[in-house]
Ligand binder design. Sequence first.
Ligand SMILES: *Cc1c(COP(=O)(O)O)cnc(C)c1O
Length: 427
Amino acid sequence: MPHTHELFEAASRHIPGGVNSPVRAFKGVGGEPMFFKRGEGARMISESDRSYIDYVGSWGPLILGHANPKVVRAVQETAAQGLSFGTPTVLETRMADKVCDLVPSMEMIRMVNSGTEATMSAIRLARGYTGRDKIVKFEGNFHGHVDSLLVKAGSGALTFGSPSSPGVPASLAEHTLTLTYNDADGVRELFEHMGGQIAGIIVEPVAGNMNCVPPEPGFLETLREVCDAHGSVLIFDEVMTGFRVALGGAQQRYGTTPDLTCLGKVVGGGMPVGAFGGRRAIMEQLSPLGPVYQAGTLAGNPVTMAAGLATLEQIEEPGFHERLENRARELAEGLEERARAHGIAMTTNVVGGMLGIFFTEDEQVTRYHQVVNSNLDRFRLFFHGMLNRGIYLAPAPFEACFLSSAHGDAEIRETLEAADATLAELG
Ligand SMILES: *Cc1c(COP(=O)(O)O)cnc(C)c1O
């Protein structure tokens, strides 16, 4: 049986860092990434034939768990008919109708192949529609690896952004303004100064890439208000929250309507996917109807559409999201209880099937600086203690945990037993 270390060495020969996406490396927790070969429901089997309860869910898509039988069957049956045609297919119409039905702010939609493509296209569209260049984003929010969005705050809230990665031109980054998530006053102040230059705001309506941080009451409403007042486009990046925190996404849950929405992850049921859509007047600016160019060879791929539709049809079942959230709350409360028992400062955030675990003295985490200043060493120890006991958490302290509908009583019980033993070691 191959050892993980040998597999990683072999992978690292021709793949930078041995991974095709950096979050898979164990940089945030130390050690080498594990290799998995099979998944079933809430569990994954490693290359060394050990079973783990999975709280990563492929980073969000697998809301029904691994290898959901209806999704797998839809993929198999569709693939047998041909993998791609480069022409319209009826499955694309079905997907568009389904999404626009479930997310009413999306009057039109275009499919792409990743969340990154969705956010990249949405900001191009916002810029094309408004004729403005500036984009507002929030520190700690992640929108894929789009050049314009790989930007950190300048020295003050009202200064221009600077690149957060080599390779992003400073001349592009200066069009991105970075503010503090959940700071409504900061947003108002910026728009008072420069509202007329701002093409749009892009935001994760529930932050899910600085662990899990829900919006404070009034924050999303303020974004809507300033965009209306200044003619800017409000873009909700619901790549993670779409179909996860409610059937209609965060916009339904929090009652704030964006102009454009970006989707990915769940909408592809585990196949590569992204989508963006919104108000008809804006979407009609897109090529071939309008002048804003956007295209994709495999966009709306039939196999992806089939996997996504088979997923959406199952999560439409009444009570699905309520059950998922109750399960996540049960786990969060159980974790907090055990941390208290062992004298460990910990708090959690739960939104739908998303769960954030923070080792901090703070009672509640609502800001990026709290996430960054939480006890990251303790998280690393917790991660490895859980991994040794067969629980696979996201290998980074800034990532949310995901539950699926396949996580049942047995999985929660097993996870809490592992947490109890791990926290006892940390206490
Ligand atoms: C995952 C994610 C993306 C990027 O999606 P990819 O498919 O990985 O390109 C964008 N925005 C958010 C909020 C995400 O969670």
